[in-house]
Design a binder for this molecule. Structure first.
Ligand SMILES: Cc1cc2nc3c(=O)[nH]c(=O)nc-3n(C[C@H](O)[C@H](O)[C@H](O)COP(=O)(O)OP(=O)(O)OC[C@H]3O[C@@H](n4cnc5c(N)ncnc54)[C@H](O)[C@@H]3O)c2cc1C
Ligand code: SF4
Length: 492
């Protein structure tokens, strides 16, 4: 029986982050492991309310009150088991999820919500440290095989579910390492890559085969895969970066997509290359885009030794607290999101849009010309109105475009399968997660549009359950209730 008064005794408290002057000199995670007592106290704040809206908030349907109470009573092994029952990779979500569960926490109506995400990551840490994460190979093999194309969290979650159900799973990845955006998009200060390796070791022991450096559609055709495997799951992400096409000066040297900055920076940290062609050292950096990709560029730029960083956002400065009339509890509120990278320096400018990249006379960017703007929805369409006379130049010798993604890349694989992208750049699926091609399924960002890790895992689990059924295997695989194979608005 949970402690009904826990939230009266303990205030919400997050673990301390490593000091800024220390952490920007390395690439280690910002949060050191939290003390056990702090996490137990925080878990004690969960009152196990009659209707746990946090379940509804979490796309995976994580059984949050259950594992909060197990942590409160020091039952870490049982907490790890309960958490892993719905989430293959709590070590990723516990570090990286924006925690929609916390926005839906009942305690949040009158008080600060429970620090659900922090409890989650500590359960995951205990599970690895104390040896609770063990391979769970299947008791019998089904004799059926599945190819998973793409090794981000969607592909990995599906692969683990299917391998544990006895199917022979091979994951094909065109990069040289497994992990998708977890590996080369998200910087180490948010997720150290040993976390991925530790999980991959478990999956390999469960029978999953990983093949890196294989661009499906180029190195092996879609027909090859369909002949060799009983089902194919596409989890190729939504990696087509949005560009500022048409903005004067876009072609100047020094103007780059965010991913062209983040990927080599991650590879340098991993020791795979010595330097990056897009280094922020001593540069005046302007990041266009106020989301978490922009915040990742900010953290990387500071660690590379940027002289100065400005992050621009078209939208006005959001409120710091939920505007209840617009975003009532338990919905996801539009509020100012501060990432740890923001306390490391730099300036944020809201309500501005780029008008031009200014040439230094030699084909290099010298400044970003911005103007104040008002962004509105008129008849359902987004309009951007420039305030006359507000133009000004911001000095810049490196500009990073972090303005989102336009869906999955158009690539030979899609042509070979006869699968098309919808107007959002995503690949549609039927209720059974199948694309228009028989036996070919889709999940994650490739299906949903650029979204979140928690949604990728949830869709991977749901698609795995559908594939298991398609293969005619006995019994059902567990799948979250909420993910639907129908096209959804992106959540990032
Ligand atoms: C910079 C950045 C930071 C982010 N930070 C967060 C965060 O803090 N929290 C959060 O929840 N989400 C975050 N996200 C979003 C999150 O990373 C994605 O939603 C998630 O990774 C999607 O998972 P996925 O498995 O669908 O695809 P991805 O992770 O994109 O993986 C797709 C994989 O498919 C591979 N692939 C593509 N085509 C082929 C092919 N033909 N053959 C073989 N392999 C192929 C790609 O190389 C890639 O490895 C961030 C995204 C970015 C870009
Ligand atoms: S995965 Fe995200 S939404 Fe679900 S419990 Fe963890 S932090 Fe909350």
């Amino acid at each position: 029986m949970p402690d009904p008064n826990g939230f009266l005794r303990y205030e919400r408290q997050l673990p301390k982050r490593r000091p800024v002057p220390v952490r920007i000199r390395d690439w280690r995670e910002v949060y050191p492991p939290a003390g056990e007592e702090l996490i137990r106290d925080q878990a004690t704040r969960c009152m196990d309310c009659g209707i746990p809206f946090c379940h509804e908030g979490c796309p995976l349907g994580n059984r949050i009150p259950d594992w909060n109470d197990l942590v409160r009573t020091n039952a870490w092994a049982a907490a790890a088991e309960s958490l892993h029952a719905t989430n293959n990779f709590p070590e990723f979500t516990g570090r990286l999820c924006p925690a929609p569960c916390e926005a839906a926490c009942v305690l949040g109506i009158a008080d600060d919500p429970v620090t659900i995400k922090q409890v989650e990551v500590e359960i995951a840490n205990h599970a690895f440290d104390l040896g609770y994460v063990k391979p769970q190979p299947p008791a019998t093999l089904s004799g059926r095989s599945v190819a998973v194309v793409g090794s981000g969290p969607a592909g990995l979650a599906a692969a683990q579910q299917l391998a544990r159900a006895g199917h022979a799973v091979t994951v094909f990845e065109r990069d040289d390492r497994i992990g998708g955006l977890l590996r080369y998009g998200i910087p180490d200060f948010k997720l150290e890559k040993e976390r991925i390796d530790a999980r991959l070791a478990q999956m390999e022991a469960e029978g999953v085969i990983f093949q890196t450096g294989v661009n499906v559609g180029v190195d092996v055709t879609a027909d090859d895969l369909r002949e060799r495997f009983d089902a194919v799951l596409l989890t190729c992400g939504a990696l087509a970066g949005r560009d500022t096409h048409g903005t004067p000066g876009r072609q100047l040297r020094g103007v780059h997509l965010a991913m062209d900055h983040l990927v080599p920076a991650n590879r340098v940290v991993a020791g795979l290359q010595e330097s990056t062609p897009i280094d922020a050292r001593d540069k005046h950096v302007v990041i266009i885009g106020g989301g978490d990709t922009g915040a990742d560029c900010l953290g990387v730029a500071h660690r590379q030794g940027a002289a100065n960083v400005i992050q621009l956002d078209q939208y006005p400065l959001p409120p710091e607290a939920r505007a209840a009339e617009l975003h009532p509890w338990p919905t996801w509120p539009v509020i100012l999101r501060n990432y740890p990278a923001h306390e490391e320096g730099g300036e944020r400018v809201f309500g501005v849009a780029v008008q031009e990249f200014v040439d230094d006379g030699n084909g290099n960017v010298a400044a970003v010309r911005v103007a104040d703007v008002v962004v509105e929805r008129v008849d359902g369409r987004r309009t951007v109105t420039v305030t006359p006379g507000s133009e000004r130049d911001l000095r810049a010798d490196l500009v990073l475009l972090a303005i989102g993604f336009e869906g999955t890349e158009q690539q030979p694989l899609l042509d070979q399968l006869g699968v098309t992208r919808n107007p959002r750049g995503a690949v549609d699926a039927g209720d059974d997660w199948q694309t228009g091609a028989d036996g070919v399924f889709v999940a994650g960002d490739m299906h949903r549009g650029a979204s979140l890790i928690v949604w990728a895992i949830a869709e991977g689990r749901a698609a795995a359950a559908a594939i298991h059924q398609y293969l005619g295997a006995p019994g059902d695989l567990p799948a979250p209730v909420r993910p639907t194979s129908q096209p959804l608005a992106a959540t990032r």
